[in-house]
Design a protein around this ligand. Structure first.
Ligand SMILES: NC[C@H]1CCC[C@@H](CNc2ccc(C(N)=O)cn2)C1
Length: 235
């Protein structure tokens, strides 16, 4: 599953060039019974199983041992703190991360308490396993590691990560579905293009995610551009 980030795209290059390193630790490799059992029944009964404590504990311990000092152990679940770009930046600051991907109905609370440093959630929805959440986190973190994105892409990244939604993008043909590319983008006037893109990002954020604007202090220029956008919308 993790080949999605270790083998493809910019993240794949980050792992191939060893800017980043990945190793998977499967609890099944830490079982001692013939069926390599990794699930166990919940005390208190009820449907579903939990992750068997001993194999998961041993997998985490082995990963910690291999990581050495300065490792942060993160558990991904709907019960975690809601992850956003600021949270990704926080995680990207860690030298080493162990991402624990759960399966079944969950993990014994005592194991979480003993081994997990931070619990994060990608959103209010349930996946069949934490692996896809871990893959997503790895991708988001990788994009923030110096050298992973080409310098040109990192320029694009900055505009998006100032807490605003991205502006509309256009490429060939000039007319598509009966609609022309906005003239400003055809003119090559970089300062006008910068302002237009910033105005579109501000306006789109105001329209679709006003909550993001609540946490953002706008510069005088941004305030002016947003007012212009709103006036044009209400005209
Ligand atoms: N109680 C269900 C829970 C038990 C333990 C394993 C997880 C794996 N699935 C996940 C993991 C994370 C997220 C998320 N939102 O970040 C959603 N789903 C499911």
């Amino acid at each position: 599953m993790f080949q999605a980030v270790t083998e493809y795209g910019v993240t794949g290059r980050a792992f191939k060039s060893r800017i980043m390193e990945f190793q998977a630790w499967n609890p099944r490799d830490f079982t001692h019974d013939r069926h390599r059992t990794v699930d166990d029944r919940p005390y208190g009964g009820g449907p579903g199983m939990l992750m068997k404590v001993q194999p998961l504990q041993d997998a985490i311990s082995a990963a910690k041992k291999a990581a050495g000092d300065g490792v942060k152990v993160v558990y991904l679940s709907p019960q975690g703190k809601r992850l956003d770009q600021a949270g990704v930046q926080h995680l990207a600051g860690a030298q080493k991360l162990i991402l624990v991907a759960g399966r079944y109905e969950g993990v014994d609370e005592r194991l979480i308490k003993a081994e997990i440093d931070e619990e994060w959630s990608l959103g209010d929805f349930v996946l069949s396993g934490g692996e896809i959440a871990a893959i997503t986190v790895i991708d988001a973190i990788a994009r923030l590691i110096p050298g992973v994105l080409g310098h040109d892409q990192s320029a694009v990244q900055d505009s998006f990560y100032d807490g605003l939604l991205d502006c509309p993008h256009y490429t060939r043909p000039e007319v598509f579905q009966g609609e022309k590319v906005p003239d400003v983008l055809m003119g090559g006037h970089h300062e006008q293009i910068r302002r237009w893109r910033l105005k579109q990002s501000l306006g789109r954020t105001w329209q679709r995610r006003p909550d993001l604007l609540e946490d953002k202090i706008l510069s005088e220029e941004e305030k002016g551009l947003l007012e212009e956008f709103v006036r044009e919308q209400c005209a």
